[in-house]
Design a protein. Structure first.
Length: 359
């Protein structure tokens, strides 16, 4: 996008001309200031799609001054409305200029040009009749690029077609497209998960990540940026996938570390999806695979036999004395049958709440 503030108006060259007034002298007014450019965050806007086809944004120029010491009118400001999570980059240098996160945040981006002085300012004892005035200063122009990073409390991380969209659809009010093929989800989807009457959090369904995503393969690189905004990561590992649990988790962690060291240190939990796909005869094998996975990574988690829930410590206070390199919990879930869905809902909310308390 090309964005420019308004140019300042020119100062006026004028002299007082009235009957019975001798030697009226200069009375040229100043030019008006050019309009400023602001960015404002509005939660009612959730995409940048309205900027398509509209590449030039310019604030209004200031009006020129007039005689009788009349100042020119100030140019109207330009307010660009963007959704929370928008970043403004200089398209030439790549520098991050603004990071717009807070609701109703309004920030001055480009200041308008100053209006020129009228000839009344240049009168002196040696120059009683100045015939010149100042030009207005030009506005500031920039070529910028806008990027939107979703703001969510929980971001789902997993391979394509492991059940992330199904999970979002049953936990929240979102209705993402669900199909039995990889890369059904092409754009991130947000859903609000209600925990109580006045308690909720936002969950993000991110398109599947594959090996090499941090190097630009698949869709992962494009959407790994969105996970940067999330406060808590939920790794979704598919029990029915041809990849082992160790392979799935290892690849996902490696891609996060290659993309961002800070992101790889984000607090996280693990969910074993599609618990219902396995037949009862294979339930023992499933439990052995989960146990093997946990032991291989030395998570040292304590199992609550009644719910199949694994946590670092057998207590509800998830925020204290935790090893941040380890998952806060590991839980098997079936989005279809609903098994352990409520446990997952409250686990995520508890982790977020205790994580805020630690901050």
């Amino acid at each position: 996008m090309f964005v420019s503030s308004g140019k300042g108006g020119e100062g006026a060259v004028s002299f007082r001309r009235e009957k019975y007034v001798l030697n009226g002298g200069p009375d040229g007014g100043d030019g008006g200031k050019g309009g400023n450019v602001y960015f404002q965050v509005d939660r009612n806007t959730d995409t940048l799609s309205h900027f398509r086809g509209h590449k030039t944004f310019k604030a209004q120029n200031g009006k020129p001054g007039e005689g009788r010491n009349k100042y020119g009118k100030k140019g109207e400001d330009l307010v660009i409305i963007v959704p929370p999570g928008t970043q403004v980059f200089d398209s030439q240098s790549g520098e991050l200029l603004l990071d717009l996160v807070e609701e109703s945040q309004k920030i001055l981006f480009l200041e308008g040009g100053k209006g020129g002085l009228g000839n009344v300012h240049f009168k002196s004892a040696t120059n009683q009749r100045p015939t010149y005035a100042q030009k207005g200063l030009v506005g500031i122009a920039k070529q910028i690029r806008l990027e939107l990073k979703l703001i969510a409390d929980v971001g789902l991380v997993g391979f394509p077609n492991v059940g992330k969209s199904t999970l979002v659809s049953v936990l929240s009010n979102a209705k993402p497209e669900i199909a039995n093929y990889e890369f059904t989800t092409l754009i991130p989807k947000l859903g609000i998960v209600n925990v109580g009457e006045y308690q909720s959090f936002v969950i993000a369904d991110i398109p599947g990540i594959i090996g090499g995503a941090s190097e630009g393969k698949g869709l992962g690189l494009e959407f790994l940026r969105h996970i940067e905004r999330t406060r808590f990561l939920l790794f979704v590992l598919d029990l029915a996938n041809y990849r082992t649990l160790q392979e799935q988790f290892g690849t996902l962690r490696a891609e996060l570390e290659h993309f961002s060291t800070e992101l790889s240190r984000r607090p996280f939990g693990i969910m074993f999806s599609k618990l219902d796909v396995q037949q009862n005869a294979e339930s023992q094998n499933v439990q052995e695979e989960i146990a093997k996975f946990l032991n291989a990574f030395q998570f040292q988690l304590t199992q609550r036999e009644s719910s199949g829930l694994f946590t670092q410590k057998d207590k509800q206070d998830f925020g204290k004395d935790y090893d941040w390199s380890m998952p806060f919990f590991a839980l098997g879930v079936s989005s279809v049958s609903g098994e352990n869905l409520e446990s997952l809902r409250f686990l995520l909310y508890s982790c977020l709440k205790d994580f805020d308390a630690q901050k």
